[in-house]
Design a protein around this ligand. Structure first.
Ligand code: BES
Ligand code: ZN
Ligand code: ZN
Length: 497
């Protein structure tokens, strides 16, 4: 993908298509040329009379050297309920897909309305995320020309727009990396492969990393992770990557991200129902969000110290697989009764939190496809945010609204904490049948392993890491949920530092 910014008159821009999008305030681009201005006017009339098809191509005289085709699209067509600038992203994605249908890859977006930097960012996001089509597992792999975007902006907006695009592009790459990781099936993306992607990012950016394989996990006492991974021929791993910027660190808090990396979750001996088991390819969505964020942070050289930790395993069954009823001593020391082998995410996270303790973070955030109960509570478009830190909560809520990675705050309700107690072991990984509120129980369980004094937020992305139908500007499959959110949270923390 290529992108550039120009302040030329739209009619002088060389592109195969010139796109004018509309939001509530009207067209993002103005003074396109007489023909287009007229089209816009008649388009708006048609919209008002509700007779419009809402999008069309119009071929102009190619002799003039002007862009040959115009595409007008109204973002209102994409549903008034959408938050923030999501509608605009949808419109941009639709514009790109229409262009692709006509084998057009050189596209100019006119966003020269006054103060339209945020709109330009939404258009960029929608265009790039909308153009993502995962054909890796098809035998026929079309190779469309790379997207070539021009942003036609107002005279005084050239520099700000260029900076914005440069600051956004790595984030979108992070989102699309996360989407690819989530889409990859369990026979290809094993724990070794998943953590291998993190190692690649580390090597590319000269970051220190540590990769613990099954032997080392066992030897060092990461018994929960090791046991969850025992039943598979794909051995478990734990990856730790330490990011430090080449320049000055601005944020004084050391941030640690932890991402659940179950490359498949059969449920183990507490085996899942056959109907939806395949969905558990996505059970590494938290790891994907963490790696996508790491990629963006490293590319952008954001001024903070950050550690990314990926505990990864394949929850499967063989003679050695851990059983319900087992009692396992965690790396931290607490013993855990395995009430259910399908409640494995909290187990591998618990050991990962103990790895985190060794790097002494100030703030720890985990992303995990942790509970079906969270999906029951919030559905497929809203993640659950669990934190007792009011500042973190506010940051995540603001970032959620700004980025479209939508979330809702849930309680870490202490009245339910007694459900963790087991008569023989320190903790039970499940609560008793009929208790309900499973997402809260899981958060209470995790809280037992958060290192002393660390500010912590847990994001349950079970419902949102992937979508089975196209959603907003994205195709069905992995959503990359968490990448834009986390980068935005980091930026807010850095800005306030
Ligand atoms: N990976 C699942 C949670 C999940 C469910 C993710 C649906 C995505 C969509 C997790 O490991 C799990 O199986 N949780 C159990 C816990 C239960 C046994 C206490 C659940 O939510 O049913
Ligand atoms: Zn499970
Ligand atoms: Zn799981």
């Amino acid at each position: 993908m290529r992108y550039r910014v120009t302040t030329k008159a739209p009619a002088d821009v060389q592109a195969e298509a010139l796109v004018v999008l509309f939001d509530e305030q009207g067209p993002l681009g103005e003074a396109v040329n007489k023909v287009v201005v007229e089209h816009i006017a008649s388009y708006r009339r048609a919209l008002e009379k509700k007779t419009s098809s809402r999008e069309w191509f119009c071929t102009l005289d190619p002799q003039t050297g002007a862009a040959a085709r115009h595409l007008l699209l109204d973002s209102a067509a994409f549903g008034p309920w959408m938050p923030g600038r999501e509608k605009l992203k949808c419109a941009a994605a639709r514009a790109v897909s229409l262009c692709r249908e006509h084998s057009i890859s050189k596209i100019a977006f006119v966003v020269n309305r006054k103060d339209s930097l945020e709109e330009a960012q939404a258009v960029f996001e929608g265009a790039v995320l909308g153009d993502f089509a995962d054909k890796r597992f098809k035998s026929e792999k079309p190779s469309p020309a790379p997207l070539d975007l021009t942003f036609v902006v107002a005279k005084d907006a050239q520099k700000a727009t260029t900076d914005m695009l440069d600051a956004t592009e790595p984030v979108l790459r992070g989102v699309n990396l996360a989407r690819e990781l989530v889409n990859a099936p369990n026979n290809i993306l094993t724990p070794g492969e998943l953590t291998g992607h993190g190692v690649e990012i580390a090597k590319e950016h000269g970051l220190r990393f540590e990769l613990l394989d099954s032997k080392k996990l066992e030897k060092q006492g990461y018994n929960l992770l090791w046991n969850v991974g025992r039943g598979s021929e794909h051995e478990p791993y734990m990856l730790t990557v330490s990011y430090e910027p080449k320049g000055r660190v601005k944020l004084k808090e050391h941030l640690c991200l932890v991402g659940k990396g179950m490359t498949f979750d059969t449920g183990g001996y507490c085996i899942k129902d056959r109907a939806n088991m395949y969905l558990m390819n996505n059970d590494m969505g938290g790891a994907a969000a963490t790696l996508g964020t790491l990629l963006a942070v490293a590319e952008l050289q954001l001024p903070l110290k950050m550690t990314a930790i990926i505990p990864s395993a394949h929850n499967a069954i063989d003679g050695g697989a851990y059983h319900p009823g087992a009692i396992i001593t965690s790396k931290q020391g607490k013993t855990v009764f395995i009430g259910n082998t399908d409640a494995e995410g909290r187990l591998i996270l618990a050991d990962a939190f103990q790895r985190a303790a060794r790097v002494s973070p100030d703030i720890m955030v985990d992303f995990a496809t942790l509970t079906g109960a969270c999906v029951m509570a919030l559905g497929n478009r809203l993640a659950g945010l669990f934190t007792e830190d009011a500042q973190l909560r506010a940051l995540f809520e603001q970032a959620g609204e700004a980025t479209g990675d939508s979330l809702w705050a849930m309680p870490i309700w202490r009245e339910y904490a007694h459900r963790l107690v087991h008569p023989l072991a320190d903790l039970n990984n499940i609560t008793k049948p009929g208790d309900m509120g499973g997402a809260i129980h899981a958060a209470n369980f995790l809280k037992e392993f958060v290192p002393e004094g660390v500010r912590w937020a847990h994001v349950d992305i079970a419902g949102v890491a992937a979508t089975d139908t196209p959603y907003r500007c994205m195709a069905a499959g992995g959503t990359g949920f968490g990448v834009r959110l986390m980068v935005d949270v980091i930026r807010r923390m850095v800005d306030a530092a």
